[in-house]
Design a protein around this ligand. Structure first.
Ligand code: KIV
Ligand code: ZN
Length: 399
C-alpha cells in the first residue's frame, strides 16, 4: 500500500475480478481468477477486489483462493451493508493480513425508493451500523454510496462524513450508471472533499466510473484532478453494461499527462499489454483492434503520410512509446495507403536497397497487389521485389 503521506500517489484499485467478472461474458473460474490476480500483482496494482464473497459459495471460494495463493496487494471483497455479508467477507479473506472490506449501500432517491424502500435517515443509519460492525473485524474499510452521482449532494456529504466517523478510511463515490460528465463530477468531488476533509483530512476519496456514455476514463481523470486519490478500474474496461474505467487508459493518461495531473501510480506500465492479453485469453474475449493503449492498432501506421512522419521522428504520430506499455515497437503496416518511404525502408530491412527507378517499379506492383489482398507482409514484398527483378526490370541491389 502506498504511503498516505504522498499526496500525489494515486491508489489503483482493480475490480476486474468483481465488477468486471460480473458482466455477461466475462465470468471466470477460481483457477482463472488466481491466474489473473498474479498478473495484476505483477502489474503493481495496490488493491485487488477478488469478488463478492456473499454472492455465492463459488464467489466466496474464489476470494479465498485468490487471497490465499497470491501475495502482495491488498485483497478485498465486496459486501452489502449487513452483518452476514460482512462476516462472509471476513471468512473469505481470513488468510491474508492485507484485507479490506468494501461495503456498499445505495444513497440516491431513485434507489432509496425503488430498490431499498428506505428513507434517507434509514440509509444513513444502516451505513453507519454496517461500518461500525465491520470495524470489529477489519482495519481497512471502504464505503461506497451506490449511485452517488444521482444523490443529493448535501445528503451524500452527510453519509460520507458519518461513515468516515464510524471508521471507513476510503470513501468511494461511484457513478454507478455512467451518467456523469467531467465538469459535473469535478464539482462533486471538490464539494465532498471540502466537506469531509474538515474532520477527516486523511480519508481517501475514490472514483468508480461506469462507461454508459463513454466517459468513464474522462470522469475518473476529472475526479483525480479534484482530489480523488483512488481509482477503481478494470483491465480492458470490462464491467457492468458498457464497463468500468479502463485500467490501462487511466494509468497511461495520468503518466502521459503528468504535466497536467501531477500524480503517479505504482503500475509497471510495461506489463499492461500482457495483462490485457491474459484477460482476453481467460475470458475468450478479443480486444478490439483500435482499443486505446492495448489494441493492435494502437501503435500501427499504414497511411503513407503518417509512415513518412514516423520514419522521420516517432513523436510526429505517437504520444507514448510502444515499449512503455509492452509492445515490442511501432508497426508500420504496408498496405494500399502506404507510401514510397515505408516501402523503401522495409525493403532495406529485408536486405534490398532500392534505387529511385527500382523503387518506382516495385511501388507500382506493390499498389496493385495491395489492392488485391490488403496488407503486404514481408513475404509478399520479397515476392514483388523478386518479380520485378526476374521480369528484367531494374536490378535490385542486395546490400
Ligand atoms: O457501480 C457501482 O456502484 C458499484 C459499487 C458496488 C461500488 O460497483
Ligand atoms: Zn460498478
Amino acid at each position: 500500500m502506498p504511503s498516505v503521506v504522498d499526496p500525489n500517489r494515486v491508489i489503483v484499485f482493480d475490480t476486474t475480478l468483481r465488477d468486471g467478472e460480473q458482466a455477461p461474458g466475462f465470468s471466470m473460474s477460481a483457477e482463472a481468477k488466481v491466474e489473473m490476480a498474479k498478473g495484476l500483482r505483477d502489474l503493481g496494482v495496490d488493491v485487488i477486489e477478488a469478488g463478492f464473497a456473499a454472492a455465492s459459495p463459488g464467489d466466496a471460494e474464489a476470494v479465498r483462493r485468490v487471497a490465499g495463493e497470491v501475495e502482495g496487494p491488498i485483497f478485498c471483497s465486496l459486501s452489502r451493508a449487513n452483518e452476514d455479508d460482512i462476516r462472509t467477507a471476513y471468512g473469505a479473506l481470513q488468510s491474508t493480513p492485507k484485507r479490506r472490506i468494501h461495503i456498499f449501500l445505495s444513497t440516491s432517491p431513485i434507489h432509496r425508493a425503488a430498490k431499498l424502500n428506505m428513507s434517507a435517515d434509514e440509509v444513513l443509519n444502516a451505513a453507519v451500523r454496517a461500518v461500525s460492525f465491520a470495524r470489529t473485524l477489519f482495519d481497512d474499510i471502504e464505503f461506497s454510496a451506490e449511485d452517488a452521482i444521482r444523490t443529493e449532494h448535501a445528503f451524500l456529504g452527510d453519509v460520507m462524513e458519518a461513515v468516515a466517523d464510524a471508521g471507513a478510511g476510503t470513501l468511494n463515490i461511484p457513478d454507478t450508471v455512467g451518467y456523469s460528465t467531467p465538469v459535473e463530477i469535478a464539482s462533486i468531488f471538490a464539494e465532498i472533499k471540502a466537506r469531509v476533509a474538515t474532520r477527516h483530512p486523511e480519508a481517501i476519496l475514490s472514483a468508480h466510473c461506469h462507461n454508459d456514455l463513454g466517459m468513464a476514463v474522462a470522469n475518473t481523470l476529472a475526479a483525480v484532478a479534484n482530489g480523488a486519490r483512488q481509482v477503481e478500474v478494470a483491465v480492458n474496461g470490462i464491467g457492468e453494461r458498457a464497463g468500468n474505467c479502463a485500467l490501462e487508459e487511466v494509468v497511461m493518461a495520468l503518466r502521459t499527462r503528468a504535466d497536467l495531473y501531477g500524480v503517479h501510480t505504482g503500475v509497471d506500465t510495461t506489463q499492461l499489454l500482457g495483462v490485457s492479453r491474459l484477460l482476453s485469453n481467460l475470458t475468450h474475449s478479443p480486444v478490439v483492434r483500435n482499443k486505446a493503449i492495448v489494441g493492435i492498432n494502437a501503435f500501427a501506421h499504414e497511411a503513407g503520410i503518417h509512415q513518412h512522419g514516423m520514419i522521420a521522428d516517432a513523436r510526429t504520430y505517437e504520444i507514448m512509446r510502444p515499449e512503455d506499455v509492452g509492445f515490442s515497437g511501432t508497426r508500420l503496416v504496408l498496405g494500399k495507403h502506404s507510401g514510397r518511404h515505408a516501402i523503401a525502408q522495409r525493403a532495406e530491412a529485408l536486405g534490398y536497397r532500392l534505387s529511385g527507378n527500382e523503387l518506382g517499379h516495385v511501388f507500382v506492383s506493390f499498389k496493385r497487389r495491395a489492392d488485391e489482398i490488403g496488407e503486404i507482409d514481408d513475404n509478399e514484398l520479397l515476392a514483388i521485389i523478386n518479380t520485378v527483378t526476374t521480369d528484367g526490370g531494374p536490378r535490385v541491389l542486395a546490400s
